[in-house]
Ligand binder design. Structure first.
Ligand code: ATP
Ligand code: MG
Length: 546
């Protein structure tokens, strides 16, 4: 990644020997859903920064809220981070620090920096003030320290119901930053936790827990997204009030916003629950699980994150830019195969009936070093419907009556006419071939033809399911919010060269002239692959020239 303001901060800290150990970062997902492309950016940034400066990065489950979390997500997150190619120094659970957090809260009370409040959550909210008006101090604010401590212990011992007592930081009810107006730091919540079970009935609030989690792990640079900027004063207040040595510092960057998709876990969860998509790993989703199934590579995702960099201001990145990096990576990782997505029969009338030959076709026209494979050719072929026009449009160089084209790696053919059914639909195209033009024979290319089309031998073709994808979502014109497009998947039955029948789940190919495809890891069976379109061949986005 190019230099950015985060690197600048770190380099200064290293120069000043601010910390007595190498830098430590962390990626702290809340296990309440599957990770998505936004998290990929955060992962690349946190793990990448640690690597760059010889430090380490922790994977930490930010699981201090017992009611929203789930073991299913815990496993998926580790798998996703590993798949992206990163290794964590420590696997941590914020919930393992509940004991330490409890002690820190006790310490703040002892230092006169926190107190037990008996106002209800509604009253606290009503007395918080607004952006223009200060809040009102709680009547419990100046109660004796011993009393607050006793209440905190009783809260822990289960003597109160949810919401009956809270512990609040004692800061400033007139602060222009509402987050500093005596925020609640501990609450009573009688709920089972996925890690600590029923050990606790008091839980720390996120803003209190987060700086402590970082500090306990020795994190030096706590990188998070912009919406936490207003929370930084409280983050610092917590650690300063506890005199934490070598306290971590929070640095905010702009979230990744991607066009034509639906990003936040909450919204993806709703799509999954509604059945609009096949699950969290639907290939249209920008979850890591979905992108993996779609055929995106970790290398492409990392290159994309590198290229978009980090900034202090929110902006939106076009999906075409992500697709550019996927395509760019697959170029050198796939071989080319001939597949006809929308089949139309082509009959070569002067090719002997019953004859068949094996023609050598390049495994990748752009990489001759990959050699050739033998592909069977015969009198009846499948071609793409769009490679024929009965009445050619302007500048149409493919097949139309009277025109000659090259069949990729085979012969020149000239269109002679069509067959139609009773309704006038074209059922087959007829042509003649010139045996002298066989690909690879000297002089075969002497005649100029403008179009080259691909084909599949009808006698040996295999029929395979292929799923073509459009964008998952488009902005609603009125609200501007992205909405799910129910037509974002098209199921095709295609004609493919016979070898593709043996494609293994997860194997990727370039379908000549059509795009990149992967044998789906969920639906494919041995001898019966189902293909997902990964990305088309044409790019509408290009990197700026340097
Ligand atoms: P969501 O709103 O999708 O649920 P979140 O921010 O609640 O996302 P967390 O599990 O809390 O998800 O996030 C883990 C880390 O990933 C956080 O540090 C968060 O800032 C970061 N992150 C989440 N979304 C993005 C994004 N779009 N771009 C960059 N970083 C992100
Ligand atoms: Mg969240």
């Amino acid at each position: 990644m190019e230099n950015n303001f985060i690197y600048d901060i770190i380099e200064k800290d290293l120069e000043n020997h601010k910390y007595s150990h190498p830098i430590i970062t962390r990626f702290p997902p809340e296990p309440n859903g599957y990770l998505h492309i936004g998290h990929v950016k955060s992962i690349c940034l946190n793990f990448g920064t640690a690597l760059k400066y010889g430090g380490s990065c922790n994977l930490r489950y930010d699981d201090t809220n017992p009611v929203k979390e789930d073991e299913e997500f815990v496993g998926s997150i580790e798998n996703d981070v590993k798949w992206l190619g990163f290794e964590w120094a420590n696997l941590c659970y914020a919930s393992n620090y509940f004991g330490k957090m409890y002690e820190c809260c006790e310490e703040l009370i002892r230092r006169g920096k926190a107190y037990a409040c008996e106002m209800s959550p509604e009253e606290i909210k009503a007395n918080r003030g607004t952006l223009t008006e200060p809040g009102k101090e709680s009547p419990w604010r100046n109660r004796p320290i011993e009393e607050s401590l006793q209440i905190f212990h009783d809260m822990r011992d289960g003597k109160y119901k949810d919401g009956e007592r809270v512990i609040r930081a004692k800061i400033d009810m007139a602060s222009p930053n509402i987050n500093m107006r005596d925020p609640v730091i501990y609450r009573v919540l009688h709920a089972s936790h996925h890690n600590t079970g029923d050990q606790w009935c008091v839980y720390p609030m996120y803003d209190f827990a987060h700086p402590l989690e970082d500090a306990i792990e020795g994190v030096t640079h706590s990188i998070c997204t912009l919406e936490f900027e207003d929370h930084r004063p409280f983050y610092n207040w917590v650690l300063e009030s506890l005199d934490w040595p070598e306290a971590p510092q929070q640095i905010e960057f702009a979230k990744l916003n991607l066009s034509n998709t639906i990003m936040s876990k909450r919204n993806i969860k709703a799509l999954v629950a509604s059945g609009a998509v096949e699950g969290w790993d639907d290939p249209r989703l920008c979850t890591i699980a979905g992108m993996r199934r779609r055929g995106y590579t970790p290398e492409a995702l990392r290159a994309f994150c590198d290229a978009i960099g980090v900034a202090k201001a929110n902006s939106q990145i076009g999906m075409e830019q992500l697709e550019f990096f996927v395509r760019d990576d697959l170029k050198t990782k796939t071989v080319s195969r001939m597949v006809v997505l929308h089949p139309l029969k082509l009959i070569i009338d002067n090719y002997p009936e019953g004859k068949s030959e094996l023609l050598p076709i390049e495994n990748d026209p752009n990489r001759p070093e990959l050699g050739t494979r033998e592909v069977s050719f015969g009198r009846e072929l499948w071609i793409e419907q769009e490679d024929f026009m009965e009445v050619p449009a302007k500048k149409y160089f493919r097949l139309y009556p009277g025109n000659e084209v090259r069949l990729k790696g085979a012969y020149f053919v000239t269109c002679t006419g069509v067959d139609k059914d009773a309704e006038g639909n074209i059922t087959a195209v007829h042509c003649t071939y010139d045996p002298e033009t066989k690909s690879g024979t000297p002089g075969a290319d002497s005649r100029k033809v403008k179009g080259t089309i691909h084909w599949v031998d009808a006698a040996t073709a295999v029929e395979l399911p292929v799923r073509e994808y459009g964008y998952l979502a488009y902005p609603n014109e009125e609200t501007g919010r992205n909405e799910f497009d129910p037509n974002s998947r098209t199921d095709l039955s295609v004609k493919a060269e016979a070898s593709l029948k043996d494609a293994e789940a997860g194997e990727r190919f370039q379908f000549f002239r059509n795009g990149y495809y992967i044998a789906d890891s969920v639906l494919s069976k041995p001898g019966a692959p189902v293909f997902n379109q990964i990305v088309g061949l044409k790019s509408s986005w290009k990197p700026e020239a340097k």
